[in-house]
Design a protein around this ligand. Structure first.
Ligand code: ZN
Ligand code: ZN
Ligand code: ZN
Ligand code: ZN
Length: 156
């Protein structure tokens, strides 16, 4: 059982918080969070003077990241050990943003709104407290549910 938990941890480490898939071409930013190069690149596309981490919202003054070849190897291992729910299954659980076509993985506590990374960086949510849905869910389960449910019906 411990082995399974360790594996699940490993696979968690190897997934990108933006596209929810295994990391492709992984890069690490200074707060220690990892993303696919393409996902991070896209998130920071329209920004020029400050670069927030899509997960912990730490603002960096420079567009800085480093390639992470070790994580790349780990990801390959995790793929081989595939015990995780399928990609499709994981992605089905997350609604897509209509504007940017990205997964809605973040929650703005101020607006009580679920957001994709791109939207969360928009002017409208600056200085709002934004956290990953998973984390928000523990505190705001009810609120989240009521904001996600109508969204789901919209999608269907
Ligand atoms: Zn990604
Ligand atoms: Zn971070
Ligand atoms: Zn969005
Ligand atoms: Zn907001």
């Amino acid at each position: 059982m411990e082995f399974v938990t360790a594996l699940a941890d490993l696979q968690g480490e190897c997934s990108c918080p933006i596209c929810l898939d295994y990391l492709k071409d992984p890069v690490t930013i200074n707060c220690g969070h990892n993303f696919c190069f393409d996902c991070l690149d896209l998130s920071w596309k329209d920004l020029n003077d400050a670069f927030p981490c899509p997960v912990c919202r730490f603002w960096f003054p420079e567009r800085k990241f480093r390639r992470n070849p070790q994580l790349c190897n780990l990801t390959e291992i995790a793929k081989l050990l595939q015990i995780r729910r399928s990609k499709r299954k994981r992605q089905e659980e997350n609604a897509l943003c209509e504007k940017y076509n990205q997964f809605l993985t973040l929650f703005c506590v101020k607006n009580l709104q679920i957001l994709c990374t791109q939207c969360s960086f928009s002017a409208g949510h600056q200085r709002h407290y934004i956290c990953p849905i998973k984390k928000a869910a523990t505190y705001h389960r009810k609120i989240l549910k009521s904001s996600i449910e109508p969204l789901k019906t919209n999608v269907e």
